[in-house]
Structures are given as C-alpha cells and as structure tokens.
Design a binder for this molecule. Sequence first.
Ligand code: PGA
Length: 203
Amino acid sequence: MEIKLSKDYEKLSSLVAIIVAAQILENPQSKLVLPTGSTPLGMYEELVRRKLDWSLVETFNLDEYIMNPDHPYSYHSYRPTLSFEDKMNVNKGIDLCILGIGSNGHIAFNEPGSSFKSRTRVVDLSEQTIQDNSRFFDSIDDVPKQAITMGLGTIMESKRIILMANGKHKLNILKVAMNGEVTEDVPASILQKHNDAEVFYCD
Ligand code: PGA
C-alpha cells in the first residue's frame, strides 16, 4: 500500500482537511469519524479556517478514555458502546473515517492482538500506549488505563478511510503496517484489505 509523502506538517494537515471539506460539500449530511491525538490538530485548525457548514454533519469520536475506571460509573460504559454501533448501522454507516496510528501499530485504541472483527468496546491500553500518551498528562500515573474504542471491524465498514501520520518515529511502523503481513499483531495492517483507504505521512 502506498504511503503518500507530504512535504511538511502544514501540507499534510491541509491535504486531509481538503478531503474532509470536499466530503461535507458533496454530502452535507455526511457521517464522519474523527480522531484525537496530536496528529490531527493542524487539520482541525484548517477546517475551522474553512468555515464549513457542519449543521447537518454527524461526527463520531474514534475513541475515548475512561478517565476513572475504578469508579462504579465505568460499569455502564458498555451502554454507550452499544448505542454507538446501533446509530451507525441505522444511519447506513460512516462516509469517511480519519485515523492516526500509534507507535505500536494501533488504530483508534485497538491495540496489537485486537480481533480484526472487533466492534466498539472497552479495552485495556497497552504499556506502550500509556507511555506514549503520558506526554499529555502530568505524570504517567495519570494516564487512563482503559478506553472505549471503535473496533477494527467497525472502522473497516467506513466507506472511505484516511490515515495520517506525522514524524519519523511513525515511519517504521507505517511501513510494517502497509507493506508487511496483514496480522492482528499490527492492527493498522487491516487497512490493506480496505478498497478505499489512503495513507498520508510527513516527517
Ligand atoms: P498521535 O497519536 O496523533 O498523538 O501521535 C496517534 C495514535 O496514537 O493513534
């Protein structure tokens, strides 16, 4: 699978923003899955600048931390996951899904070993992901240990998928995922099986 190289982060961000904007212009009632993390920040800034009409667009979060897994409330978290899946099915699916990639090859919070058939669910985060994401928190102890994530099976039902990656530290895992064996040990490798998935990278 081709890894399309952008000249710099601004180019990567505007390229993906243009794809999102075109989708919304073509279908104002688009259903989009959007990521968090550091990579898409420039894309969001560019989308804000474009002043699109989001009033009919429906967006879904790719994943979400469970901030307090020991609290009794967390036992209810399976209910949002079910209603999330129901809503996507009722609405005949996602038009465009934007993804990042973790240094261990995860997409959303589908860590290595996740089933390719997995649906939206509660997951334990890997040590690598907790380490990687500790930069967003005061201390590594503050990083949530669990999350709700769209499943790999759910993501693959999107009509179109764009994966964006920023930084040399992502290049090796990108090559393994896009050109290596399709294996649940490298969750992003499932994208090789999608008929409308593209990968954009800048170093
Ligand atoms: P990042 O995270 O954009 O902060 O690098 C991506 C990911 O972990 O999926």
